[in-house]
Design a protein around this ligand. Structure first.
Ligand SMILES: Cc1cc2nc3c(=O)[nH]c(=O)nc-3n(C[C@H](O)[C@H](O)[C@H](O)COP(=O)(O)O)c2cc1C
Length: 326
């Protein structure tokens, strides 16, 4: 059997598959199941910033009060802050693999201090899911980016454990943003957060969420940026979105990812998928006489370094041409 262990922001993981943050990582039974199937680490369900704001009269500085009421009513707010640190402690007592806490936040001041409590509770690392999406025409991109950078700095000033930063795919320049987050102290980047998609109910005209789960097709956008970023920036990356198979795991590692996160696939087909995918990864390595996953990390990015723009332009031109002649 090949050595499937990986080094992820200083943590030694026995395998590259991390159970990503979701409602699955809310119960210790599920986390034990993920460990038994070979997961290298687990990321707890996020504590939402709004939960930390409860009782703080100053919330209006970045939320319209009605929007805040709406969020509080509709979002699944399941923990208090004490409950969250208790979950960390309980999980640490249940599994041997690293436990990564998660905060879903929109800006700095509310919860940076809480990161310290997370550390004291025994979390091996923290993933900041910075989910500020600019919905207003007044949102200046520079301010939005600065919000991300300040958030990372604020947390890094509080904790010694590694800090991963989970971002969405919508920046004017993803590589530039990645380099700024690294400068601010991020130990790893999680590419990418998958925002809920919404549809309009044509009878009621109300918004409704659709496509809770990803498909494998969605992983190729992530793959491009994993490759572009890891080939230019010495930072760990874990790939999130659309990782459903051993082929996707291998492609992300070949592109330069240190680890991958799985959520939708496990939701849909159970924890057994983790061990099944790992077995196929092992077979792939053995067939090619590779003794470890570390041997192949980033190989494809090195081979294709600097070619993304040219490759994508050419492919685009070819496709556009093909469509014209049809
Ligand atoms: C039901 C559900 C709950 C989720 N909850 C969280 C969460 O609390 N925090 C977070 O950072 N991501 C959350 N996510 C996003 C996942 O961690 C992941 O980034 C996304 O599902 C894409 O990965 P996938 O293609 O493997 O599903 C959630 C996803 C699902 C489907």
């Amino acid at each position: 059997m090949a050595d499937l262990s990986v080094n992820y922001m200083g943590l030694k993981l026995k395998s590259p598959i991390i159970l990503g943050s979701s409602t699955m990582s809310k119960t210790t039974e599920n986390m034990k199941a993920a460990e038994n199937e070979g997961a290298g680490a687990i990321i707890l369900k996020s504590l939402f910033e709004e939960e930390l704001r409860q009782g703080d009269a100053g919330y209006g500085d970045s939320f319209h009060p009605e929007a805040y009421e709406y969020i509080m009513k509709d979002a699944l707010m399941v923990y208090g802050t004490k409950g969250y640190t208790e979950i960390i402690e309980k999980t640490k007592n249940t599994v041997q693999i690293p436990v990564i806490a998660s905060i879903n936040c929109m800006g700095g001041k509310w919860w940076a201090g809480f990161a310290k409590d997370i550390e004291s509770a025994g979390a091996d690392a923290v993933e900041l899911n910075i989910a500020y999406v600019p919905f207003s025409i007044k949102d200046d991109p520079r301010d939005v980016e600065q919000r991300y950078i300040d958030t990372v700095r604020a947390v890094k000033a509080q904790v010694k454990i590694p800090v991963a930063v989970k971002i969405g795919p919508n920046f004017t320049s993803i590589p530039y943003m990645a380099s700024k987050l690294k400068e601010a102290g991020a130990d790893s980047l999680t590419l990418f957060n998958r925002y809920y998609q919404m549809a309009i109910d044509t009878d009621t005209l109300k918004l409704k969420p659709v496509h809770y789960y990803s498909t494998e097709n969605e992983t190729y956008n992530v793959l491009r940026w994993v490759s572009v970023i890891t080939s230019q920036l010495g930072i760990n990356v874990s790939s999130s979105t659309g990782v459903h198979s051993s082929s996707a795991v291998l492609q992300h590692i070949l592109a330069g990812a240190s680890a991958v996160q799985m959520v939708s696939e496990v939701y849909k087909n159970g924890f057994g998928r983790i061990s099944a995918v790992l077995e196929e990864v092992d077979q792939w390595l053995e067939l090619r006489k590779k003794s470890s996953l570390a041997e192949i990390r980033g190989l494809a990015s090195k081979k294709n370094a600097g070619e993304h723009m040219g490759f994508e332009r050419t492919q685009y031109m070819k496709i556009a041409e093909a469509m014209l002649v049809q």
